[in-house]
Design a protein around this ligand. Sequence first.
Ligand SMILES: [Zn+2]
Length: 333
Amino acid sequence: MTDRQLAPWIAAQTAQLLQQRGHAWLLYGPSGLGQFRLAMEVAAAWLCESVGTNGACGICPSCHSLRVHTHADLCVLMPETTMLQHGWPLSEKAQTEIDDKKRKPSREIRVDAMRDAVEFSQRTSARGRGKAVLVFPAEQMNAITANALLKTLEEPPGDVKFVLATESVHQLLPTIRSRCLGHAMLWPSTAAGQHWLQAHGVPATQSAMLLRTAGGRPDDALDYFVSGREVSAWSNVVQALARGEVAFFKEWPVSQMVNTLQMVCHDAMAQLAGAQPRFIAGDDWRGRPSWTGLSGWSQALMTTRRTMDHPYNAGLMLESLVAQAKTALNSRD
Ligand SMILES: [Zn+2]
């Protein structure tokens, strides 16, 4: 996960949340709007030693230990795969089990981790500024873990605050939702989104298109841009897709795969519409896929994007994505 500059719309929402005295927040909205980042900013502000109205100071010892992921008063409750992806340490027990190949990192928030969190919330604060528990993505709690959290939310042990973030609020137990103050993530303006993308190295000529392809979600747009740079030989990618060669994409993370497919689909549609493709040179296309085939594919990819965060079987998912691409690219009017 790259270290991304705090977006102005996240900063504004941090200030807004800090004005209210919630001890349990639930941040919700579709992916790519920055709920994890906002949750982290809120937790940082709760623990900061010289917090201002706009949030954490960023330089005190508390802010420092938070940044290096060693804060004793912050408990981050995430699936192990998400912990690893964001560079957060696992519990010693979990790390040993994974190192010894007894099991793979979990895609779900584990019962063991929840037990540790409950124990954490009953301990005294190490730095004397209270404690914070951050849960993300909150929909990755199963019934057992959710109920354990619920008990703690109902009778919070005093100096602990909670911030839950989700990209799929309807999957949460209604009782969890009702115990938290809800905050719907705000959509940034197009201008602010483009400006932020450019500050992260996206050329001005591409920022508008990327943001549109990502449905107005700047984080997702930046992910596209990054995977576009990672794909060196577009002609091979397009050919492998048209032939349905799953092996070509073996080991590709699902998110990168979906980003790439969206770029291919976007450019195929641009090409058909007589517009300039952004990523893939014109001569990489063989044949002219049908508009109906491509627009159906584009819709399907957007749906996948909304639900792809935690595929239970990445291999099967990859296979079906490649099959879908093959059909679309070979469709004819
Ligand atoms: Zn601070």
